[in-house]
Design a protein around this ligand. Structure first.
Ligand SMILES: [Zn+2]
Ligand SMILES: [Zn+2]
Length: 133
């Protein structure tokens, strides 16, 4: 009986190891996919320096590579990037409103859609949900 129990425990451990390595393998593959899907894509950055407020576009890949290297695991927020204009570490990932062209930080309106434009109140998420209904 004891032997059977031992064998069972071993089987569980072996299956567990396979499952873990499978997840790691899958995870690595997924990361590569995410990076290749960013190829050629750009994203908007907004400088939070009140004297600057510059907005500029950077390659999506650069942003994620920067975050991977510079973000602090202890804090949930993204690491600020250097602003192209004022050279301060105060640029954050932003959204560009397709309606009025305003560049703003997502989640600027609490409890609303993250991409709600604070200028004209347009939200692409809301629009696409409306169409889906
Ligand atoms: Zn700036
Ligand atoms: Zn807008």
């Amino acid at each position: 009986m004891d032997f059977m129990k031992k064998k069972w425990v071993m089987t569980v451990i072996i299956i567990g190891c396979f499952a873990v390595s499978g997840v790691i393998y899958y995870h690595n593959n997924k990361t590569i996919d995410v990076f290749s899907s960013m190829e050629g894509k750009t994203m908007w950055m907004l400088c939070c320096n009140s004297k600057c407020r510059a907005s500029f576009e950077i390659p999506q890949k650069d942003y994620f590579e920067f975050q991977k290297e510079n973000s602090n695991p202890a804090s949930l927020g993204a690491a600020p990037m250097i602003c192209e204009k004022c050279k301060e570490k105060s640029a954050f990932a932003a959204e560009k409103c397709p309606e009025c062209g305003n560049v703003f930080l997502p989640n600027s309106i609490t409890g609303d859609f993250a991409d709600r434009c604070p200028e004209c109140k347009y939200s692409q998420t809301q629009e696409s949900r409306k169409k889906g209904q």
